[in-house]
Design a binder for this molecule. Structure first.
Ligand SMILES: *Cc1c(COP(=O)(O)O)cnc(C)c1O
Length: 407
């Protein structure tokens, strides 16, 4: 008898964004004349940088000629891309990361979801609340949690991010083996200082734990004192894996390219206490289950590191940050407390009410879509997330409509 993986049945019924999409389409069908502005989902709206497009085209032409054609690529991704990443994203910031510690992939979501496969079934996992749902759901699927009760899974350690701790969770009191952190944070937009991050690195070292650091939004950091990579922190090479993505930083959500950094010094233990290199396990996993990113896409990603590419990516993130600043300003002027929106494209708003009610209010009265905080966890009660990914004119119109409704 074929049986299902019953851990899947513990997952919460709807993926947050399908629930939102359904509410929006229901509203739209009964109010066809209302124009809806979407500041909900975290997807970019602006075209790829011109430098990427040019490189993309050139690479496609190479595939059209036997002399320059490429088949299966190297397991970890092309050296030309890994080398540029190592120098530009890490070495120039004083982070000691080399090209052979970088694994190119088609998404930070896939990597953050798949990485838990290389850890023991009984791993004690600490996950932020609120949280990007992938960390949580991938561990539920793997059977590391108990049932879902009162908006929480059993057998998980929740790292609460609240106004009281400035949305940077405190170190856990109980034993943990695997810790997920994400800064600048999705959904809260909060950032972490080097001193705060150092405490996590030291904690992981002392407790022989590992940090999975999601830096998908590092390109939005404008405050130079903030760390863009966990490897800017002393000791992190022993205790941290970092996820990066070109999705939000260069508009690659539909093009697909990302990477994961696993330093050679990053190790985990067997039951009998032997140490094993995690880069070796991850490479083994990827060579079996992953086919790599297409050659033209890796060339397009490489172009991000050219002079033009850097400038154009900066313009992209500046554009969204201008939206974010406007959202933040208007929300604050309306008397609502918020965080994020300065070094991040998300604004986390204390709406002082049930977030689904507030969502309905904004949708039905202002025609604006946001994301209810509870979709990201229990600590999202009383909050909504507004995303800066849209064009400036739409953001202006959305904010003036919201102002009229909330005043
Ligand atoms: C968007 C996002 C990612 C990843 O994106 P990919 O498109 O899969 O590379 C990773 N982490 C967070 C927190 C995100 O918001």
């Amino acid at each position: 008898m074929i049986r299902v993986n019953e851990h899947y049945l513990k997952l919460q019924a709807s993926w947050l964004f399908s629930e939102i999409a359904k509410k929006v389409s229901d509203f739209q069908s009964t109010n066809p004349d209302m124009e809806i502005i979407k500041l909900g989902i975290g997807d970019v709206t602006r075209a790829l940088p011109r430098a990427c497009i040019a490189a993309f085209h050139r690479a496609v032409d190479e595939m059209a000629d036997d002399a320059t054609f490429r088949g299966y690529g190297p397991d970890q991704g092309y050296e030309f891309l890994r080398q540029k990443i190592a120098v530009n994203d890490f070495q120039t910031r004083g982070a000691d990361i080399s090209a052979d510690e970088i694994f190119i992939s088609d998404g930070a979501k896939c990597d953050a979801g798949n990485i838990q496969e290389i850890f023991a079934a009984g791993t004690r996992v600490a996950i932020p609340d609120p949280v990007y749902p992938v960390y949580l759901d991938s561990n539920v699927m793997a059977g590391r949690t108990g049932a879902f009760k009162k908006n929480r899974y059993e057998n998980l350690i929740y790292l609460e991010s609240t106004r009281d701790n400035g949305f940077v969770p405190k170190l856990p009191q109980e034993g943990v083996d695997l810790i997920y952190l994400c800064f600048p944070n999705n959904p809260t937009g909060a950032t972490i200082t080097k001193a705060q991050l150092k405490k996590w690195v030291d904690f992981a070292y002392e407790s022989k734990a590992l940090i999975l650091y999601d830096a998908a939004y590092e390109a939005f950091i404008r405050d130079d004192t903030l760390p863009k990579s966990i490897y800017e922190i002393e000791g992190a090479r022993q205790v941290a894996i970092e996820f990066r993505s070109f999705s939000k930083t260069a508009g690659f959500t539909g093009t697909r390219c990302a990477f994961t950094v696993i330093p050679k010094s990053c190790k985990a233990y067997t039951g009998s206490g032997d140490k094993h290199r995690l880069d070796a396990l991850w490479l083994r996993r990827q060579t079996t289950k992953f086919n790599g990113v297409s050659y033209p896409v890796q060339r397009a990603a490489e172009a991000i590191y050219s002079d033009d590419g850097k400038k154009q990516c900066r313009e992209l993130t500046d554009y969204y940050l201008r939206n974010a600043a406007l959202i933040r300003e208007e929300i604050t002027a309306l008397g609502y407390d918020c965080i994020g929106g300065d070094n991040s494209p998300y604004i986390w708003v204390n709406c002082n009410s049930d977030p689904w009610d507030f969502f309905d209010l904004l949708l039905k009265k202002a025609g604006v879509v946001c994301t209810p905080g509870t979709g990201f966890g229990k600590c999202g009660e009383g909050y909504i997330r507004i995303s800066a990914f849209n064009n400036f004119e739409n953001v202006q119109r959305a904010m003036s409509r919201i102002s009229k409704v909330l005043k």
